[in-house]
Ligand binder design. Structure first.
Ligand code: NG6
Ligand code: CA
Length: 527
């Protein structure tokens, strides 16, 4: 059932939730903390997933995960872009508190302080072996990285025991994998890898100099060095033995993850599997081409779904499916055009990647941060639940800390709330309010959503980025907006003038949170 499609959505959700809670088992059945896998997608929207209502992109494995656990309808990434969302996920701090937590280049230094009390560090203290595989985009080194030598600090200095990374984004140089402290596959001392963002380095073909080499044309920003027929953001020279093959990337990350799971099957382990789909450039393995009805963007989501299936299959083969908590979610909302002219708008047809929500990536409208969020742990969570309690990815840190019984040191994870009963499906009680970050901050409290400046909130990166129908928001006015999400899930009717007291209350609350960690605001001590 697509519960988002009905206009009576709120009442259906409330009824379902009550029924579900009434029928639910205790929720927390397992005595032993589970292995934990977070599969983090890159720019997937709620409407891209079958179980949330997508009809043109088959996602049977993700749908099965939902059937085998709990699916949330009000789960948020903290931000509408990648770096800030990941920062919050791993630190339990809203990204707006760190001014460097913006979309990073591929040569940016590490964003998280080495030695920090991060999610993997916390889990490590509880005896977990921790690994990150896939997109990092949180910076590496201390500036001026020599890609041919030891690269650090990085994930190994902020709590991960192992790492295999796509350093930034798949549209940015360097187009190499970094394993631990070193680029993998650099074999030629005479061909050192060099990377630059300020100006061209070396003489390799670029999107501007050799457009005839391109799979598809790109905008100016994405017209740097060509790798695999795709021009990237930034320039690189040398290190060609190590350059990745985009078509193989999903397989590469899957195999690395499988190897980790098999090796650590006696647990406990934490795997942060950070996939690149459907971020641009969208280059599916040939096996997935044409497997959706929405062009390349849909095809790479089918590929992502396959990865989810492979991970679950590996857990089953190792006999550890029941004691593993698998979470599937995304870092920010969807976008069609994001730099490459690969006909994403034209091939999308009637597909609505944000489902019933307005807007997508970069925006503080719901489509920017309201995410698919599924959690499945057969030994600890009942099957087939659908909850609408508000949950933010920033809460995973405190929630996991409760799960594995680690105290959060004072001042750590300052915005993270432990919502363990919600995650485990034994209570639908979520957050009272949540901050959403795009080009500005917005706040949702209960049914009310307050946006200080509609024009900033709705700004799109590119006039084609949202397509003509589904994601398209039009530009809102530079005034405050208030939406009643119970009646207006698509944020179409501004009721700010009708409820000035709510506007004031939410504006004040947002200001308070801006100036004060949420945990102290709510008097939450470590749990
Ligand atoms: C933007 C890029 C976009 C994408 C995004 C990061 C331009 C014009 N656009 O700056 O293509 O790479 O950064 O996406 O450069 S994210 O999902 O990692 O946040
Ligand atoms: Ca992203």
């Amino acid at each position: 059932m697509n519960i988002f499609c009905k206009s009576t959505l709120p009442s259906i959700i409330i009824t379902l939730s009550i029924l579900i809670i009434a029928c639910s088992k205790s929720g927390f059945e397992s005595e032993t903390p589970p292995n934990i896998i977070i599969i983090y997608a890159d720019d997937v929207g709620v409407g891209d997933i079958g179980v949330y209502g997508s009809e043109l992109i088959p996602t049977p494995h993700i749908d099965q995960l939902a059937a085998d656990g709990i699916r949330f309808t009000s789960a948020y990434a903290t931000a509408a872009t990648c770096t800030p969302s990941r920062y919050s996920l791993l630190t339990g701090e809203y990204a707006f508190r760190n001014e460097r937590a913006q979309i990073l280049t591929g040569e940016a230094p590490l964003l998280i302080e080495p030695g920090s009390f991060t999610m993997p560090e916390m889990l490590r203290r509880a005896g977990y072996r921790t690994s990150v595989v896939g997109k990092w985009h949180l910076g590496l080194g201390e500036g001026d990285v020599d890609w041919n030598g030891k690269i650090g600090p990085g994930p190994l200095e902020v709590g991960f025991d192992e790492s295999f990374l796509l350093p930034a984004t798949n549209d940015r140089v360097p187009t190499v994998y970094v394993k631990g402290h070193y680029v993998e596959g650099l074999s030629d001392d005479d061909d050192p890898l060099r990377v630059r963002y300020s100006e061209q380095i070396g003489n390799l073909p670029t999107g501007h100099s050799h457009p005839e080499l391109l799979r598809y044309p790109a905008d100016n920003q994405h017209s740097g060095t060509i790798v695999g027929g795709v021009s990237r953001i930034g320039w690189q020279d040398g290190g060609q033995s190590a350059w990745w093959d985009d078509e193989q990337m999903a397989f590469e990350f899957t195999e690395r993850s499988q190897e980790f799971i098999e090796r650590q099957k006696d647990g406990p382990f934490f795997l942060f599997l950070s996939m690149h789909e459907p971020h641009v450039p969208r280059i599916p393995h040939p096996q997935f081409v044409g497997e959706s009805q929405t062009g390349l963007r849909g095809d790479v989501i089918v590929e992502l779904d396959w990865v989810v299936g492979q991970i679950v299959k590996t857990l089953e083969e190792q006999g550890i499916r029941d004691e593993t908590l698998v979470i599937f979610t995304s870092d920010n909302g969807p976008v069609f055009f994001d730099g490459y002219y690969e006909d994403s708008v034209e091939t999308a047809g009637e597909h609505r990647p944000s489902g019933p929500f307005r807007g997508g990536k970069y925006q503080t409208l719901e489509g920017g941060t309201r995410m698919p969020f599924i959690a499945s742990w057969p030994a600890g969570i009942d099957r087939g639940l659908i909850f609408d309690g508000i949950f933010s990815q920033v809460d995973l840190m405190a929630t996991f800390a409760s799960l594995v019984d680690v105290d959060l040191p004072d001042g750590e994870a300052p915005d993270s709330q432990s919502l363990l009963p919600l995650l485990l499906g034994s209570s639908d009680h979520g957050r009272e309010f949540v901050v959403q970050q795009g080009a500005e901050l917005a706040i949702r409290k209960g049914k009310w959503k307050y946006i200080p400046d509609g024009q900033v909130a709705s700004r799109a990166q590119h006039k084609h980025s949202m397509g003509p129908t589904s994601l398209s928001t039009g530009e809102l006015d530079p005034i405050p907006y208030l939406f009643n999400l119970d009646q207006d899930i698509g944020e179409t009717t501004n009721v700010a003038e009708d409820y000035p007291e709510i506007v004031n209350e939410l504006a004040e609350l947002l200001e308070q949170i801006r100036n004060q960690p949420e945990r102290s605001l709510l008097n939450l001590t470590s749990e």
